[in-house]
Ligand binder design. Structure first.
Ligand code: GAL
Length: 440
């Protein structure tokens, strides 16, 4: 995003556009060669359970109404952040077995699929559905390469959030509503929790959750401009300020559960932060994206069971990510997918989805009416915040960079070796620094 300074793309060109089949009930879809109508629309995501599934189900309900000539086929593959889904998808795409649509993060992650020629230019679909004016220009830039649009954004999530169990914080006489101003202040509060006998001051899980904690620590310690510089080459990964932030990260991890490598974010949340009986909780905080309120909603736990604030040192910054949907090359039902994409981009589809997903609509015309308290607050924050991208969720860089960082963090979880981690981060940044030039 321009505010983010990680432009994938150039401009959304107002080129001549081909007419697009609309999603009217009179639509039929007869692929050449078979003569048979393709009804199924297979959509691939990692939203298989909890609040994430609730979000997808909301979107599906609008699809069933607006695209009743088609049948939705849910190809969700479980695993937070898409760890398993993305590997399976990559294999399927290579094998020529594409779904009709798949989830990809706007920005670097989408650019992989574009660079590999695995997704179609959907500029015409976009234009026909009036979507070229529906999203903020900054977000359009993240899904556009050389004037061509490649996906439809469904939402905006925020990564730099901390979720708090108020009952646990009270054990150390900490005010759960008061965010520590800096990472160092947060570390001091974690020490207080430990001293008060709290077993797991910080609930942590594997893979992308460790990466989010590292990114939030870098963002809090370096500030937004220097942090953004890590992804556009202006800030050096081998700097002393990065070393200091990695040391803070090491301290934060030392306050977390030792079984972190064995579980996903939702399991860590249920085990430590918010067990069914919150009185039995042994965890004080969890740093996680704002799919957490959706999960809490789906578990039917009251809003009063948790509190939240932006990660220490990152107040006023929205570390954003956006789930978007594509039209893969080789999709069996491109017309059905176009109907799905139209729903994804529509005001009604975005509302049905975001109401229960914790995220806010990507469309600029959305209002906060009817949304839970968290999203109402998030929509306000989004308007005024400075933006930073997330490598863990594909907005800052390509998937291979993300994978290298997660591998390094998994090793760090076992050895706590700061110089080795920093060397790996420097190497990964060096390998992928020029990723933008490989797209389009
Ligand atoms: C992110 C995705 C979110 C949520 C999260 C946890 O990558 O953008 O929508 O699904 O993973 O699984």
């Amino acid at each position: 995003m321009t505010r983010v300074r990680t432009k994938v793309a150039v401009v959304l060109a107002a080129t001549a556009l081909v007419a697009v089949s609309a999603c009217s009930s009179s639509d039929t879809n007869k692929p050449s060669g078979t003569g048979a109508a393709v009804k199924n629309v297979e959509v691939f995501t990692w939203w298989a359970a909890g609040g994430e599934k609730a979000g997808l189900d909301g979107m599906i309900s609008v699809f069933k109404k607006d695209c009743s000539q088609y049948t939705f086929v849910n190809a969700a593959v479980a695993g937070g952040g898409g760890d398993k889904a993305k590997t399976l998808l990559a294999n399927n795409l290579k094998a020529g077995n594409a779904p009709d649509s798949f989830q990809a993060h706007a920005g670097g992650e989408l650019s992989d699929y574009i660079a590999n020629g695995q997704v179609e230019d959907i500029t015409a679909v976009f234009k026909a559905a009036g979507l070229d004016t529906a999203f903020p220009k900054d977000l359009l830039d993240q899904i556009t390469v050389a004037g061509k649009v490649y996906s439809v954004p469904a939402d905006i999530h925020r990564a730099n959030m901390v979720w708090v169990n108020p009952l646990v914080l009270k054990k150390a006489k900490l005010d759960p509503a008061k965010a520590p101003a800096t990472v160092k202040d947060w570390i001091a509060d974690l020490a207080k929790l430990k001293a008060a006998g709290v077993a797991t001051p910080l609930a942590l899980s594997k893979g992308f959750a460790e990466e989010m904690l590292l990114e939030s620590t870098l963002l809090g310690d370096l500030g937004v401009d220097k942090f953004n510089g890590l992804y556009d080459g202006k800030t050096k990964w081998d700097g002393a300020d990065v070393t200091a932030a990695i040391n803070d990260y090491k301290t934060l991890v030392s306050y977390s559960n030792t079984d972190r490598e064995t579980m996903d974010w939702d399991a860590a949340m249920s085990k430590y932060l918010l067990p069914t009986d919150p009185k039995t909780a042994t965890g004080g905080y969890q740093l996680m994206g704002d799919w957490v309120p959706a999960q809490i909603l789906s578990l039917k736990m009251p809003e009063s069971s948790y509190m939240y604030w932006p990660a220490p040192g990152t107040d006023g910054v929205y570390q954003w990510l956006s789930d978007s949907f594509t039209l893969p090359k080789g999709a069996k039902n491109p017309e059905g997918d176009k109907c799905w994409l139209k729903v994804v981009g529509s005001a009604e589809g975005q509302k049905a989805f975001n109401l229960v997903k914790g995220s806010i609509p990507a469309r600029s015309d959305a209002t906060s009416e009817g949304y839970p308290k968290y999203q109402q607050w998030a929509m306000e924050q989004w308007k005024a915040a400075k933006l930073a991208p997330s490598l863990a969720h594909g907005s800052a860089g390509p998937g291979a960079w993300n994978n290298d960082v997660q591998t390094a963090l998994s090793a760090f979880s076992a050895n706590s070796d700061v110089p080795t981690l920093q060397k790996s981060l420097v190497a990964a940044a060096g390998k992928y620094a020029n990723w933008r030039s490989t797209v389009g």
